[in-house]
Structure formats: structure tokens, C-alpha cells
Design a binder for this molecule. Structure first.
Ligand code: CP
Length: 305
């Protein structure tokens, strides 16, 4: 594939190749090989129109570990504030010879539009409420490395599905790789039509307590209050009582089950601090795995040597 704009771009063989390549990248890093020459002479542009901590830093680290030249662009402080369009920004990057553009944008579909204007590869680093495919890949990588498989794994994705690009990409990727996904949350935050369009096999539940004993993985989503109107169900306290993962609830999980969160977290809302910091939590591991997965994505898209 040339671009990674959606987790739906990946068939099972390609997704597995990315995960296997990421494992090789991680093994090399573990052997103290800090830098590989694979992308020497190639240019990767990080084009961030929306704030980010994890994704931005890990794409930069990934490109640098592969010896690429990295240009970091953030909308803040650029000519975007003077009204320059995405297309004109793209043409500027094209003129500078970008081999890959990693884009985060508040508009769903921005990576697709960008790929019409640049010759290089486009990687979606999160577009609006649409998708975040490299997050889904690093989540799948983390599940596979902790639990040994993806096929048949029972994954509960919990909370604000409506606004979550992470949930959408996970549903697509995990379904492709044979996991059984159950979306859990209040009816107002689970768009059934969207879920049905994404996957025929994904289940929906409004009762977290009944789903936990049959889950191998519970993935808590950030409640995106900034994207909500005044309809927030029905209050933060009530949300937390029904759908927050606290220690008592975590005990309902099977002993081997893991707890995930893509970050940033609302500690005390969707996840209790004791749960986020517990041995079952893979939250910090997910961030570390993100670098290996993004190395693999850049390496494979750019045909690294
Ligand atoms: N998980 C994630 O996308 O985090 P950032 O917004 O910090 O990149």
C-alpha cells in the first residue's frame, strides 16, 4: 500500500506484516541498536493541525531511528493562522520533497484530501472523529505481545464511541484480524448505524458489569467532553458510576485480562488512578510499542532498505 489513511486499507496479511515488522524493530531497539540506516536521505513531515503528545513524539522518534530527515510542522505559528489552506500547505510540502506526510487534523477526511495533492505517502495520525489507524495497530501489537494472539480474542471497547477515532480504527482492524469486539457505553454514545457500517460482527452492550467477566481486553476510551454539547450523559458522576473502571469493577475481569487506554486519560472519570497504574494496565507499554509500530509503518510505506 502507498498510504495509511484508514485501518480499512489493511487486509489481514498486510496488518500482520506491519505487526511482525514492528516486533523486529522492537527487538533491534532491545539489542541497543538505536539507529537504523533504512530511511537515510528520505524526508518525513509531521503535519499537526491538532494537539498531540504521544502520536507526534512517537512518529518523530520513529522517523529519526530510521535515519530519515524530519520536519515538524504545527499549525500554530505557521501561515495557517493567516488563512492558508490545507491544499496550499500541501503544495509547499510537495515542493520541499516530502517522501511521507504524517497528518493530524480536526476535519474527518483530511488525509484522503491531502493524498490527492502530494506525491509522497500519507499517514493518518488522527482525523476528527473518523480514524486513527496507527493507534489501532499499536493496540493490536500490545494485545498480541501480552496475550499471544488476536484471533478469537474478546475485546471490550468502553465509553465515548461516538466521538472516538480510536474506537473506529480498532473495530476495523480487530475485526480484520479475527478478534471479537464488543462496544460498551450509554446508548447516546454508541452510534449503531456507524457500528453496523464498520463491521457486521461487532456487538453492542449497555451493561459494562455483564461484559467484563467474558473479556480478555478492556479498552477504556477518553470521554471527549470538548466534542459534546450539553447532552453529556446525564452527568460526569453518573457516567463514572455506570461506565468508569474502578478497582472493584476491575476484579470482575478474568485473571489474565489486560486494561488499555489510548491516552490522554481523564483519571477518575473513565478510569480510576489505581486501575491506570495497576500491573494489568498496558498504558505505558502502548506508548513504547507506538514507536516500533510507527517505525514499521514508515519503513514499509517508504520501501526502506
Ligand atoms: N493516543 C493519542 O493519539 O494521543 P495523543 O493525542 O497525545 O497523540
Amino acid at each position: 500500500i502507498k498510504h495509511l489513511r484508514s485501518a480499512g486499507d489493511l487486509d489481514a496479511a498486510t496488518a500482520t506484516l506491519i505487526l511482525d515488522t514492528a516486533a523486529e524493530m522492537a527487538a533491534l531497539s532491545g539489542r541497543e541498536v538505536k539507529k537504523l540506516p533504512a530511511l537515510r536521505g528520505r524526508t518525513v513531515v509531521n503535519l499537526f493541525y491538532e494537539d498531540s503528545t504521544r502520536t507526534r513524539i512517537s512518529f518523530e522518534a520513529a522517523a529519526k531511528r530510521l535515519s530519515a530527515d524530519v520536519i515538524n510542522f504545527s499549525a500554530k505559528g505557521s501561515s495557517v493562522s493567516k488563512g492558508e489552506s490545507l491544499k496550499d500547505t500541501a503544495l509547499t510540502l510537495q515542493a520541499m520533497g516530502a517522501d511521507a506526510v504524517v497528518i493530524r487534523h480536526s476535519a474527518s477526511g483530511a488525509p484522503h484530501r491531502l493524498s490527492n495533492w502530494v506525491d509522497g505517502s500519507v499517514v493518518n495520525a488522527g482525523d476528527g472523529t473518523h480514524e486513527h489507524p496507527t493507534q489501532a495497530l499499536l493496540d493490536a501489537y500490545t494485545m498480541r505481545s501480552r496475550l499471544g494472539r488476536l484471533d478469537g480474542l474478546r475485546v471490550a471497547v468502553v465509553g465515548d464511541v461516538l466521538h472516538s477515532r480510536v474506537a473506529r480504527s480498532n473495530v476495523l482492524l480487530l475485526s480484520t484480524l479475527g478478534a471479537e469486539v464488543t462496544l460498551v457505553g450509554p446508548p447516546t454514545l454508541i452510534p449503531r448505524d456507524v457500528v453496523a457500517a464498520l463491521s457486521k460482527t461487532t456487538k453492542v452492550s449497555y451493561d459494562l458489569d455483564s461484559v467484563l467477566p467474558d473479556s480478555d481486553v478492556v479498552m477504556m476510551l477518553r470521554v471527549q467532553t470538548e466534542r459534546m454539547q450539553d447532552s453529556f450523559f446525564p452527568s460526569a458522576r453518573e457516567y463514572s458510576r455506570r461506565y468508569g473502571l474502578d478497582v472493584t469493577r476491575m476484579r470482575k475481569l478474568p485473571e489474565h485480562a489486560i486494561v488499555m487506554h489510548p491516552g490522554p486519560m481523564n483519571r477518575g472519570m473513565e478510569i480510576a488512578p489505581e486501575v491506570a497504574d495497576s500491573p494489568r494496565s498496558t498504558i505505558v507499554e502502548q506508548v513504547a510499542n507506538g514507536v516500533s509500530v510507527r517505525m514499521a509503518v514508515l519503513y514499509l510505506l517508504l520501501g526502506g532498505k
